[in-house]
Design a protein around this ligand. Structure first.
Ligand code: MG
Length: 503
């Protein structure tokens, strides 16, 4: 009896490779749980020991995956003549995780990880103190390390491509630039119309309304129940920054936070993270314990969270359907009608902070970061020029100018962790979510299902088109096979026009 699915992995070479991988899988499983605990229940000082435990495990994983005998098992599988698509995917995914370790020298990896953990602490303080000078030397070092890493990884045209590929398989700066060139003018037109009309941009008192955390906890739980909350496989907890993590297909965890004011923030965090969780929960169980049992890319993952958050959660149908739930629990009846709640959830207004941005302005924040990263990695700009460039660009895109570094160049955690090339996947996800809505609506009555809070058909569609495949197909191929699309911003722009201009 073979240990792993005989139909997917019929060759003894793949069975043996997966058998060895199982230890790595277990260490990843433990890492996820330790990291989840660190963000949720661990007492604060536990971080001293926890960070050591996590870095020891990371080193162990690296040692196991680059071990000669493990590499030989991959090579043995590469030699067989008739691999299944699952076996081919196994090779692709493992080669991708190995690429970094085999091409980038260990001393660079060590220096990078040391610099990033120091930079992260410095950044936190620098942001608090609005002090860019303090963070700058670390950013300089992380940029130059990223340039070195890009060189080791290799690229055809642009070193930034090598970094983009780490987060979104196959994405290039040229391709993203083509998307941006279509997206930005379209977004500007839509934003101008929304602002001159004023309906979606004017303030709503609910933005400043405080709420009882216990009440909101109940509302969030109720919303998960409406979506089909399988408590045997999913749980909701609280953390400083909302996130999703998966221990496996049968144990996925999401978090939210309760700020006590502006209740849509906690509610939409829950819906967003639910979208990420559902992706992991609906992966084909026959892929369990293999490196294929997780979402294929950041972009596809973000498309799932955005689909639930924006396309479903912020739709008129959904808000009408849950109005009673909100009105009864939050004492809104007689004060705010359903149309005002709809408007509150969909306020569009240029702001300085990416994570607070609405559906229309969000992508401007990404475009700005993409352009700056691309220039930094190509050594066309110096980090000392970043704050001014950031502010000029912000003014050009959204007509507002940060007054402090903290609401400008210092706002995101990504660069301080050494992540350069990550941001574009957020935009891709948003655009893909609009494609999904477009395709899904042709096959099932999405609006009617949402209006009746019937989510089984929606979940089934997502499972069959995207979720079940895990990492079997590279993101671009998955989109081509399942949706027959290449990412095209016009679908997203059309969605925004329908929603905000033809209201
Ligand atoms: Mg997300």
């Amino acid at each position: 009896m073979s240990e792993f699915d005989q139909e997917y992995f019929p060759h003894k070479e793949s069975q043996e490779l997966l058998r060895s991988y199982k230890t790595i899988w277990a260490l990843n499983h433990a890492t996820s749980l330790l990291s989840w605990d660190q963000e949720t229940y661990m007492p604060e000082d536990g971080v001293f020991e926890r960070s050591i435990a996590l870095s020891e495990i990371a080193t162990l994983i690296q040692r196991l995956i680059t071990d000669k005998s493990f590499l030989e098992k991959i090579e043995a599988l590469e030699k067989i003549e008739d691999p299944t698509i699952y076996e081919r995917a196994l090779i692709r995914v493992l080669r991708r995780s190995l690429k970094y370790y085999l091409k980038v020298p260990p001393e660079i990896i060590a220096e990078f990880s040391k610099t990033a953990s120091e930079a992260n602490v410095v950044w936190r303080n620098a942001r608090k103190e609005n002090n860019f000078e303090k963070f700058k030397p670390y950013l300089d070092k992380l940029v130059s390390l990223n340039i070195k890493i890009a060189d080791y990884l290799g690229y055809e045209k642009n070193p930034y491509d090598a970094l983009l590929d780490l987060y979104e398989e196959g994405l290039t700066a040229d391709e993203f630039k083509r998307i941006v060139d279509k997206l930005v003018p379209g977004l500007k037109k839509i934003l101008d119309k929304i602002l001159s009309d004023g309906y979606f941009s004017r303030p709503c008192p609910l933005e400043n309304m405080s709420y009882d955390v216990n009440v909101m906890r109940k509302v969030n739980e109720k919303i998960l129940e409406i979506f089909g909350y399988d408590r045997r496989r999913l749980r909701l907890d609280v953390s400083a920054h909302p996130f999703t993590t998966n221990m496996g297909i049968r144990d996925v965890r999401i978090t939210t936070r309760y700020e006590g004011i502006d209740f849509r923030r906690t509610m939409f965090s829950v819906i967003h993270e639910f979208g990420h969780a559902l992706y992991e929960l609906q992966i084909d169980e026959r892929l369990s314990f293999t490196p294929l049992a997780s979402g294929v890319s950041m972009g596809i993952h973000e498309s799932q969270s955005r689909f639930w958050e924006n396309i479903i959660g912020r739709s008129r149908e959904f808000i009408y359907a849950i109005y009673d739930l909100l009105a009864d629990n939050l004492d809104l009846r007689g004060k705010y009608d359903v149309e005002e709640i709809y408007r509150y959830f969909n306020i569009v207004r240029p702001g300085l902070i990416r994570v607070d941005a609405d559906e229309v302005t969000y992508n401007f924040h990404i475009v700005l970061r993409f352009e700056l990263e691309n220039m930094m990695i190509n050594q066309e700009i110096k980090t000392e020029d970043l704050p001014e460039l950031w502010n000029d660009y912000m003014e050009k895109l959204l007509g507002i100018r940060p007054k402090t570094y903290s609401e400008g160049v210092l706002q995101d955690i990504h660069w301080s962790s050494g992540s350069i090339g990550y941001f574009p996947s957020y935009s891709l996800g948003t655009l893909i979510a609009a494609h999904i809505r477009d395709k899904m609506s042709k096959e099932i009555d999405l609006a009617d299902n949402v209006r009746n809070l019937r989510f089984e058909p929606v979940k089934k569609w997502l499972r069959e088109k995207i979720h079940m495949y895990g990492s079997i197909y590279p993101p671009r191929e998955l989109l081509k096979r399942s949706l027959d699309i290449e990412v095209d911003p016009t679908v997203f722009l059309r969605y925004l026009e329908e929603k905000f201009l033809l209201k």
